[in-house]
Design a protein around this ligand. Structure first.
Ligand SMILES: Nc1ncnc2c1ncn2[C@@H]1O[C@H](COP(=O)(O)OP(=O)(O)OP(=O)(O)O)[C@@H](O)[C@H]1O
Ligand SMILES: [Mg+2]
Length: 324
């Protein structure tokens, strides 16, 4: 597993909380947008816990229809339903002495919610179609990218189960709220994907870093990982450049660069003069009249613009950006 990157204060706070909870057996609810790193945090939590040597088991509550999900979670005895030709332990049993991650917990069906509540309260359950009581000792880590409090208010999720899962809540902030993590994450993925694909890429040039630093990453860390994997594959040398990044990243970054900087009055004037000149199709007399200045004054300003052109703000492809 890739090491958990946490350079930003927001992410370090989440990691510190995870470290403190790891030592206990408390159930944890991990919240955060899709791709933010909930799964990554859950495996970190397990690895830091006294259960690290025990099993780490996951189940995606959104991936299966209700009956199959229950069979997968609680296991079943032979003959429990058509097709159950042999008994099978579920993920809960598999997680004994370890950690069970319940991904997309909001999708857990009503019946399974009731059964899970009993597992938490009594630490025991029966397999589907079984009478024997199975005792289990597993720490539960539930993940959600939807507002579970709201699901409780709408009565789509049991309140009592919610409180049992939400003993400690850890929020993984979206990547756009912790820009300091973009660089270190990108470096980590670069090394990992270069090794995976046997590519020569070793570092980003400043243009690539600047663009990554300005892009909003609506798909969070997962999107960043995908962008870097692609860049590693298409780049030809040791350096990954802006040209190796997807058009969407470059376009959004260029826009961000313009917005991030407030233009000076002189720059605004220059821009307006160019606009009026373009509108009058280069006719300087007409442009001067529209601008309310003399032709001579306009010529002087244009000469100054010409001379200053080399000193205008560089664009993102050549300027590294540090974000505050
Ligand atoms: N802080 C981090 N350090 C290193 N890698 C990370 C970090 N956060 C996320 N990743 C990696 O980014 C990818 C996406 O993260 P993850 O699967 O944990 O997101 P998620 O929040 O569970 O998303 P979803 O809600 O879509 O399941 C994974 O490959 C994960 O290993
Ligand atoms: Mg996930």
């Amino acid at each position: 597993m890739i090491e958990l990157v946490a350079r930003s204060e927001a992410m370090r706070e989440a990691v510190r909380l995870a470290e403190r909870v790891a030592a206990t057996d408390a159930n944890v609810l991990v919240t955060g947008e899709s791709g933010a790193g909930k799964d990554a945090l859950a495996s970190f939590l397990h690895a830091q816990s006294p259960r690290a040597a025990g099993p780490f088991v996951r189940i995606d509550c959104a991936a299966l229809p209700a009956e199959l999900l229950e069979a997968e979670l609680f296991g079943f005895e032979r003959g429990a339903f058509t097709g159950a030709t042999a008994a099978k332990p579920g993920r809960l049993e598999a997680a004994h002495k370890g950690t069970l991650v319940l991904d997309e917990i909001a999708h857990l069906p009503r019946d399974a919610q009731a059964k899970l509540l009993r597992v938490i309260e009594r630490r025991e359950f029966e397999r589907l179609g079984g009478r024997r009581t199975v005792r289990v000792d597993a720490r539960l880590v539930a993940l959600t990218n939807v507002d579970l409090d709201d699901a409780v208010r709408r009565r789509a999720f049991r309140e009592d189960l919610f409180y049992r899962l939400n003993v400690v809540r850890i929020h993984v902030p979206p990547l756009r709220e912790r820009r300091e993590d973009v660089g270190p994450l990108a470096e980590t993925f670069l090394a990992a994907y270069a090794a995976k694909h046997g590519r020569p890429a070793r570092r980003f040039d400043s243009g690539a870093l600047a663009a990554l630093g300005l892009y909003a990453f609506p798909g969070n860390v997962r999107e960043l990982a995908n962008v870097v994997e692609r860049a590693v594959i298409v780049s030809d040398g040791r350096e990954v450049g802006a040209k190796d990044l997807p058009e969407a990243v470059l376009a959004a970054a260029a826009l961000g660069a313009r917005r991030a900087r407030r233009p000076t009055l002189a720059e605004l004037e220059d821009e307006y003069i160019r606009e009026v000149l373009a509108a009058s199709r280069g006719n300087k007399s007409e442009a001067a009249r529209v601008l309310g200045i003399s032709r001579k004054n306009l010529y002087e300003r244009l000469a100054r613009q010409e001379a200053g052109a080399g000193r205008r703000a560089p664009d993102v492809s050549e300027k590294p950006v540090t974000d505050g």
